[in-house]
Design a binder for this molecule. Structure first.
Ligand SMILES: [Zn+2]
Ligand SMILES: [Zn+2]
Length: 218
């Protein structure tokens, strides 16, 4: 160690999680993502599946007025749409199920496995793909180079489903850049935040003064 040139020591950066950019713990070294990010992806997948999961509940959000605050605008001149389009596009082919299946196909390719198969209707296929992804999540978070992209997509569809079910309007978020180079997602109502990468704590005013970060690929 003491034979290393000073520059080599100075250039050395402790490995970080590709998803949240936190420094990996000793027992996480060599992994693509930290356990917290793996756990978050697992929680989102779990929330989507099952007969009372978010995906199943999307069906109830399909009729206008089914979610709080919508479909009851008095004096509206526009005829209501027969179906609310967003939950439909999440439920249909190309929606949640397809996004997750595309990842499963990708994982099978990386692992050199046969193309996966799914049976039944969308709900059954959703349950199958979620089960498959969850059982290989440890591998993906440890070894799959695109785990961060996977985690972000799962988080996005989970949020979109939740929004449809609760009828909440999403608060617009922006990414700002911490001095350490990590980006932080904040909203206008953010009370403050802590950079998960360098640990700097920002108050509300300080966080809103940070420069905008370049949009992460998603
Ligand atoms: Zn992480
Ligand atoms: Zn930072």
């Amino acid at each position: 160690m003491r034979d290393l040139p000073v520059a080599a020591i100075a250039d050395y950066a402790w490995p970080t999680c590709t998803t949240c950019h936190r420094e990996l713990r000793h027992e996480e070294l060599g992994r693509i993502a930290c356990r917290i990010c793996q756990h978050r992806a697992d929680g989102n997948l779990e929330a989507l599946a099952g007969n009372s999961g978010l995906y199943a509940r999307l069906g109830n959000a399909l009729t206008p007025g089914a979610s709080p605050g919508e479909g009851r605008v008095s004096g509206s001149h526009t005829a209501p749409l027969p179906l609310r389009l967003e939950p439909l596009s999440l439920s249909a082919r190309g929606g949640v199920v397809t996004i997750l299946q595309t990842w499963q196909v990708d994982w099978h390719e990386v692992l050199g496995w046969r193309h996966p198969r799914w049976d039944g209707g969308f709900q059954q296929q959703l349950n199958q793909v979620v089960k498959a992804l969850r059982s290989n999540l440890e591998w993906a978070a440890s070894s799959h180079p695109a785990f961060a992209e996977f985690e972000a997509e799962v988080a996005t569809v989970t949020r979109a489903c939740r929004r449809q079910i609760t009828g909440e309007r999403p608060e617009r978020g922006v990414r700002v850049a911490c001095a350490c180079g990590a980006s932080l997602r904040v909203t206008l109502s953010t009370p403050g935040t802590r950079c998960s990468s360098c640990g700097t704590q920002y108050g509300r005013t300080e966080v809103l003064e940070l420069p905008l970060a370049e949009r992460a690929a998603a």
